[in-house]
Ligand binder design. Sequence first.
Ligand code: SDX
Length: 430
Amino acid sequence: MTAHTTSLKVGDQVVDLPVKEGTIGPAVVDIGKLYAQTGMFTYDPGFTSTAACESKITYIDGDEGVLLYRGYPIEQLAEHGDFLESCYLLLYGELPTPTQKHDFDYRVTRHTMVHEQMMRFFQGFRRDAHPMAVMVASVGAMSAFYHDSTDISDPYQRMVASMRMIAKMPTLAAMAYKYSIGQPFVYPKNDLDYTSNFLRMCFAVPCEEYKVNPVLSRALDRIFILHADHEQNASTSTVRLAGSSGANPFACIAAGIACLWGPAHGGANEAALQMLQEIGSVDNIPKYVAKAKDKNDPFRLMGFGHRVYKNYDPRAKIMQKTCHEVLNELGIKDDPLLDVAIELERIALSDPYFIEKKLYPNIDFYSGITLKAMGFPNDMFTVLFALARTVGWIGQWKEMIEDPGQRIGRPRQLYTGEPKRDYVPMAQRR
Ligand code: SDX
């Protein structure tokens, strides 16, 4: 893969560094031996110019607004396939044959129940706990319930743990929701598809039959596809770093959920809807756009901007289309939040500040309106993001674990603290 070398002058020393070319996208300068050769580190705190690993899973072209899962454009996967098909593709690298798809669906479906003791585990939470706090805790606790799939050196146990994670996330997410509203947990049903099963576990009650709306189930399944993976984002990098120490997959996914929760990352979908609710009407938009542009105001337009996309997030376009589909299906003719979102997008995309900084709506901008219309409360939005992203985290973790050259991740630093100094006895301190 080394295409050629490039030279770096460090003081009066010139070092030759290998340059590696990928299939598509930017080449990389391999600096692995830079410290040994020069005694210097590179410095890139936000990893804006750093490739932390080699991967074959997901490719993003931020300038063109392109997202590929194993080479397939997200638009085509969202249009033609279902979420479990994308799960298979992300995990194994190829679209499944009919037999492989049937077998995969069968295996995932039969891992959807959780250990019955988890019901008691949930009783320890306050009912008003944020569902993301419940998810971090309960997914982490899975390593306390499923010891027989925590040995990462065993390929069979890695496969079982992966199936369990993908299959049980909807069950745990639905339990977190039911617990927060004081309703009884609903068991999964094996005769329902993945997303219909999840909707039923969230919204069915013992008093009556629950009928899944196929339009809403298809829409949510597509939303899961959009959220499934996204290259080396913050939460995926967290999962890779946690996994590099040999931690079990349940603990690694719990770390990923914790990172995703942040409002700069997956928490932005909840924050974006709260922002639209705070703006309230189209008339208030100019005031909030001014706040977003004011350097002295910490306010940002949630659901706008992206570290990689300097063009429209391709997922946001599909999200917007799905939002209209869901609102139409539910007979919601004029949702004031959607009016605010569409006008906010129009104003922002014509404002020089946003144009110059290449700030476009991202996947989180329209997802909240859609999920709220489906009946989910704001604090469940990031839980749904985590549910969908679990396959991406697992796929990236699997790729890292199966890399024969894999080593523990251990970044260095630029130290700007105190130089060595001697201890001062208490009596001498003033
Ligand atoms: C996700 O990485 C991924 O792939 C993540 C994700 C995935 O699928 O895993 O795509 C999911 O997390 C999407 C992003 C969701 N976050 C938000 O919507 C929160 C609002 N967005 C911002 O906080 C911000 O845009 C980030 C965090 C998304 C990106 O931050 P960067 O790359 O560090 O960019 P930056 O903060 O350096 O901003 C560049 C400039 C700054 O102005 P200057 O200091 O250069 O003058 O743009 C401004 C920022 O002030 N800016 C914004 C803004 N986002 C950036 N100004 C107003 N509103 C915004 N939303």
